[in-house]
Design a protein around this ligand. Structure first.
Ligand SMILES: NC(=O)c1ccc[n+]([C@@H]2O[C@H](COP(=O)([O-])OP(=O)(O)OC[C@H]3O[C@@H](n4cnc5c(N)ncnc54)[C@H](O)[C@@H]3O)[C@@H](O)[C@H]2O)c1
Length: 310
């Protein structure tokens, strides 16, 4: 009998790639998604069960988790501005979902949960690279809710032995990403400018840096996190490339990949609250998951551009 996995948020950008990865491993997959930011069409052609519902509701989470061996929890509203605007709704989507899934795991005796956490937990502490043992400094309800989720998972490990891995993603990019995503929306935007032959516009000097990681590498991290033996029952691991690139360099790389000129740049005032630099230490994920990104930025961009842009 092939094991069944639950992918919460499986209709989303990263979630749909996780579904694909699990199916390729021969697993059975059930998706629970309320399609608030995800899309049913992201699952076209994928042989999985789909339940439409809100994972924050305990009864829904419990029903979705029946007969499941492992839970991949990617369900969230991944928007910092939205979490400021609607903090209560954000708490439901970004924290209550985690609590409901923990309760469902306890009810069904599910052994392991892989949680999509976020590098937003580090805030803009200047120290680089960001390592998991740094003091969290969440600066938004979104980041706060992700941190609370990690804390709840640590408590669940103590209370009833739930094994969990919280993966703190940096800037994930790839096909099917939402162009308005605060993490990697810039890539969709740049791709659109390239397509329309526009010159680029940058906030600030364009020298702010980000750690972009291709979605297929994030899938590999999820699959490993669900199966490797854990050194302690509630692990927290950064998932990035371990290298950062400036936004100006990102534009230049994208132009190179597309075989286009970079054009005359236009600079706008820096956006308030923008983190200046971000880069992950991935030493812990390397050690615990054998995680090593396999896609270069160029390869990932070429694969991303090969798909129709939204
Ligand atoms: N994209 C990134 O770079 C990035 C970085 C850090 C963390 N993350 C986290 O990774 C996960 C996936 O992000 P993504 O970029 O694929 O975003 P996404 O918006 O494409 O995916 C989130 C999915 O969760 C679903 N969802 C939201 N609330 C739900 C609820 N209450 N019940 C059931 N489903 C619900 C949405 O409909 C969507 O399908 C999120 O948890 C996000 O916070 C993403």
């Amino acid at each position: 009998m092939i094991g069944l996995d639950l992918v919460v948020g499986g209709g989303g950008f990263i979630g749909s790639h996780v579904v694909e990865g699990l199916l390729a491993e021969g697993r059975q997959v059930r998706v629970l998604d309320d399609f608030s930011t995800g899309h049913a069409h992201n699952l076209d052609g994928l042989d999985c069960q789909v339940m439409e519902g809100d994972a924050a509701e305990e009864s829904t989470a419990r029903a979705a988790a029946a007969d499941v061996e492992r839970i991949f929890h990617l369900g969230a509203r991944p928007s910092v501005p939205w979490s400021f605007e609607f903090p209560e709704l954000a708490e439901q989507a970004n924290y209550q979902t985690t609590l409901s899934l923990i309760a469902a795991a306890q009810h069904h005796g599910i052994r392991r949960l892989v949680f999509s956490s976020s590098s937003a937990i580090y805030g803009d502490a200047p120290k680089l690279p960001k390592a998991e043992n740094m003091q969290p400094a969440p600066q938004s309800p979104y980041a706060e809710h992700k941190l609370q989720g990690e804390v709840a998972l640590a408590a669940a490990a103590k209370d009833f032995g739930l094994e969990s891995v919280s993966l703190r993603y940096f800037n994930v990019f790839g096909p099917r990403q939402d162009p308005s995503s605060p993490y990697s929306g810039v890539i969709s935007l740049f791709a659109r400018w390239l397509h329309e032959g526009k010159n680029p516009t940058f906030y600030g000097d364009g020298l702010q840096t980000r750690d972009f990681v291709f979605v297929k590498d994030v899938v590999r991290a999820n699959l490993a996190a669900a199966s490797v033996p854990l050194s302690t029952p509630a692990r927290i691991l950064n998932i990035g490339c371990g290298r950062s690139v400036s936004i100006l360099d990102l534009w230049a790389t994208l132009c190179r990949v597309a075989g286009k000129e970079t054009g005359e740049p236009h600079f706008l005032p820096a956006r308030q609250g923008d983190v200046r630099h971000s880069c992950a230490s991935i030493a812990r994920a390397q050690q615990e998951l054998g995680f090593q990104p396999q896609f270069t930025l160029e390869q990932g961009l070429a694969l991303t551009l090969g798909f129709p842009q939204p």
